[in-house]
Ligand binder design. Structure first.
Ligand SMILES: O=C(O)CCC(=O)C(=O)O
Ligand SMILES: [Fe+2]
Length: 261
């Protein structure tokens, strides 16, 4: 894994060592403070280039064009909210998505299946163990956003999301978030409406290719702003769960990937 991850900077291969524990503690406090953390330069430039070169032809020919209008909840309606409520305003999301079953032994698959990676993420998330998905499509996804494309405002269903930026756009394509806009006990619909109507000041984050990002997106509203310029934003998304064997339903796969298998 030394050819993929900068293990000198991020000693994931030495779980339990003083350097590993220091890194985990630093990530945990950043996560508590900001709801996310970044590890810049986590993946080496050569491995990134290899990944991008392998994915470009697949993105060009065999990707699923994921385009839909959705509200921040990805739901048709929300109990107790009139359909006209501004918190339910819809926006467009558009990207090209490729699934784990289209990637062979790409760098991102090797990383996903490397046990010390899941072990590190579990430690940072304060869990005893994290498990790779059994779902052959959803385990690892790579999304590509071209000029004008965006991932619009949403809350995540999963407790946390792990991403690796493979290629940055010339401009735009930034990650923008409004930390703890709601909580498990308070949906804060007025705050959501304020955000969607531009009355709040979310935080904009630019990351460099090779940065690993861990993000708690269940109650933090977030989006990726529209990409500008000729270079696509290409990002890998890794999914782990606190129990083994998790799979999406056929309907979920069709919704996300346009196919059930
Ligand atoms: O592309 C990104 O940076 C964010 C991805 C994201 O929000 C998600 O997968 O839920
Ligand atoms: Fe998200």
């Amino acid at each position: 894994m030394r050819d993929v991850i900068d293990l000198n900077r991020y000693p994931l291969d030495q779980p339990g060592s003083p350097a590993w524990l220091t890194l985990v503690e630093a990530c945990k406090s950043k996560l508590a403070e900001d709801g996310l953390f970044n590890l810049p330069g986590f993946v080496r430039q050569a491995a990134l280039r290899e990944a991008v070169t392998a994915f470009k032809p697949i993105l060009a020919k065999n990707a699923f064009l994921h385009r839909r209008r959705h509200n921040i909840y990805f739901k048709r309606s929300v109990d107790g909210l009139p359909d006209t409520h501004p918190a339910l305003q819809t926006f467009e999301t558009s990207n090209k998505t490729i699934c784990a079953d289209q990637m062979d032994q790409a760098v991102v698959i090797r990383l996903y299946e490397w046990p010390p990676f899941a072990r590190f993420l579990a430690a940072v998330m304060g869990k005893t163990e994290l498990f790779a998905m059994a779902d052959p499509l959803a385990r690892v996804n790579v999304m590509s956003y071209s000029e004008g494309e965006a991932l619009n405002w949403h809350f995540d269903r999963s407790e946390f999301t792990t991403t690796l930026l493979l290629q940055a756009p010339e401009a735009g394509g930034d990650f923008e978030y409004d930390k703890d806009l709601r909580s498990d006990s308070d949906p804060n619909y007025e705050g959501v409406a304020d955000l969607l109507q531009g009355r709040r000041s979310p935080t904009l984050m630019r990351v460099t290719p090779g940065t690993l990002n861990i993000f708690k997106g269940k109650n933090t509203a977030h989006r990726v702003t529209p990409v500008k310029g000729a270079s696509d934003r290409i990002i890998a998304v890794f999914s782990y769960y606190d129990r083994p064997g998790v799979q999406f339903s056929a309907d979920e796969r069709i919704g996300f990937y346009g196919r059930a298998s």
